[in-house]
Ligand binder design. Structure first.
Ligand SMILES: Cc1cc2nc3c(=O)[nH]c(=O)nc-3n(C[C@H](O)[C@H](O)[C@H](O)COP(=O)(O)O)c2cc1C
Length: 153
């Protein structure tokens, strides 16, 4: 029998970057969620993947929204990662937001996407997102390791 906490702990030894997954709700307010289960899947077409727990509040808007953005956080954005990993009032202040393009300001890079496919697996839904637009800069990433932000300022 696999112990859930032990399983989670084992993966905490594997460092990852940190992103904020974001969608717009019906009132055009952006809802964000901190996510580390993100990876690049396909180059042609350009597809990335993000895994979201079925109980996360962002799921409802993920189902309906046309555009989804994934912002990769830089090393001095641990406060933003913390903010979007806890219950909060949706707040557009953290985001660049023009027409259909929205992403965390001054992040390392962002991917503006449309949904391509999804699969429910266990207690998560894995979304495959097709990238429509992206930008990035060569700055240091925020790293999640052993339950902490390894290199936040
Ligand atoms: C560093 C970090 C990475 C996370 N990665 C994910 C993830 O990939 N998928 C996910 O569903 N939740 C992830 N979470 C948890 C969610 O951010 C958190 O449970 C969520 O924001 C809670 O929002 P809610 O109460 O509105 O559902 C992560 C949390 C942290 C601190």
């Amino acid at each position: 029998m696999i112990d859930e906490l032990d399983f989670r702990k084992s993966w905490s030894f594997f460092p990852t970057g940190v992103s904020v997954l974001a969608v717009k709700n019906q009132n055009d307010i952006i809802q964000g969620m901190t996510a580390s289960s993100v990876m690049s899947i396909s180059l042609n077409p350009p597809i990335i993947m993000v895994s979201v727990g079925v109980e996360r509040s962002i799921i409802k808007n993920l189902k309906t929204s046309e555009f989804i953005s994934v912002s990769l956080l830089s090393k001095n954005q641990a406060d933003i990662a913390n903010y979007f990993s806890r219950p909060h009032n949706p707040d557009n202040n953290f985001f660049y937001n023009k027409e259909n393009c929205f992403y965390i300001k001054e992040c390392l890079g962002y991917f503006l996407c449309k949904k391509n496919d999804f699969i429910k697996i266990g207690d998560h839904i894995v979304y495959f997102l097709e990238v429509e637009k992206f930008e990035f800069q060569d700055i240091e990433p925020l790293v999640w390791y052993k339950g902490n932000f390894e290199n936040s300022l």
